[in-house]
Design a protein around this ligand. Structure first.
Ligand code: PHE
Length: 345
């Protein structure tokens, strides 16, 4: 019965079709995938199947017999395609079930806790410093890290020959044909000038920010570090105001009993100038440079030096962060090692 001719010509046509149907039905019921079922479908009832061949041969059969045989063939085909559809539904649901099983989430597993960020030590200490000044009426401003010679030096009364301008000290940017040098600011003081240019006195501002100097990285130096600048300009501001304000700051930051001392110093943009040291954690620390704003700076920003007085200061944040947290090597603060950073959450 492997040729259609045999099928139709067989004496017991009914039995033959029955036989075909049984064998095909067995294959259909044991098909294990939708792909396998599709192959079986095309072989049993498809265009090149025995059933299809038998249908084609019907045309050559005597009309009296044709009806009966045709009916038989149709019934067989119908029953096979019904079986195929049922098997297809079963296989589809098996596929779906196994997909669900694979995708299933195990609700009893412990969750994965995402790494939570935290402010860096330096940022935290910087915020703490700034907050102390905000609490006594200062505003917070920030400015560009790439500066011009004018703001970094000239307007701050730093002469053209001053060593700070040398490329051994200051990092310069190659900025094409700019009329003056563009540097990575070596201090936050340029913002004194930028702020006074745009605002009339009284001025009470602090400037937190990143600064750059041509230093090699070692336990106490880094080419990138942080400062908080301060500027107070008003009428009748005295050196006593400077001392009182900065001593108050040190006591807020390190504790009420903290002692401070002022040593004479020199900065071109303040006159007189001083360094303030504070006694904290058993040692004297140089915290900041300061002084009364040099009248030469007022000239650059269009303030009348006869009418205003003021003081300025600039402190190093990184060293204060080290003292506050007992860090002995500055490089730890710039090391992106999560084990270091995690200790200070
Ligand atoms: N700009 C100085 C420095 O970087 C610090 C300073 C600021 C000194 C303001 C006096 C007044 O060393």
């Amino acid at each position: 019965m492997n040729r259609a001719g045999n099928l139709i010509g067989s004496t017991d046509l009914h039995d033959s079709l029955e036989n075909l149907r049984n064998r095909a039905a067995k294959r259909i019921d044991s098909a294990e995938s939708l792909e396998e079922l599709a192959v079986i479908e095309s072989e049993t009832i498809g265009k090149k199947s025995l059933i299809a061949n038998a249908r084609r041969e019907l045309r050559g059969i005597a009309p009296e017999k044709r009806r009966e045989i045709g009916q038989l063939i149709n019934e067989t085909a119908k029953s096979l395609s019904g079986g195929i559809e049922i098997r297809r539904v079963v296989l589809r649901s098996m596929v779906e079930e196994s997909r669900l099983r694979e995708d299933a989430a195990d609700m009893t597993l412990p969750g994965r806790i995402p790494l939570r960020g935290a402010p860096h030590l330096i940022r935290e200490v910087m915020n703490e410093i700034v907050d102390i000044f905000v609490s006594i009426g200062y505003s917070v401003i920030t400015g560009p890290e790439a500066e011009t010679d004018y703001y970094s030096f000239t307007a701050l009364n730093i002469p053209p020959t001053h060593p700070a301008r040398l490329s051994t000290d200051t990092l310069y940017l190659d900025y094409g044909d700019t009329p003056e040098g563009v540097n990575l600011r070596p201090h936050t003081s340029p913002m004194q000038v930028r702020h006074m240019e745009k605002h009339d006195p009284p001025v009470y501002v602090v400037v937190p920010g990143r600064v750059f100097r041509r230093d090699a990285l070692d336990p106490t130096h880094s080419p990138v570090f942080h400062q908080v600048e301060g500027l107070a300009v008003d009428t009748d501001i005295t050196f006593g105001d400077l001392k009182g304000t900065l001593a108050y700051f040190a006591q807020e930051f390190f504790g009420a009993k903290t002692r401070v001392k002022f040593l004479p110093s020199y900065f071109p943009f303040t006159e007189p100038s001083a360094e303030m040291h504070a006694y904290a954690n058993g040692q004297w620390l140089e915290l900041l440079g300061c002084g009364m704003v040099n009248p030469a700076v007022y000239e650059h920003v269009g303030y009348d030096p006869e009418k205003v007085t003021g003081f300025a200061f600039g402190m190093g944040v990184d060293r204060m962060a080290m003292v506050r947290h007992g860090v002995t090597d500055l490089r730890h603060l710039f090391d992106p090692d999560i084990r270091t950073l995690e200790q200070f959450r």
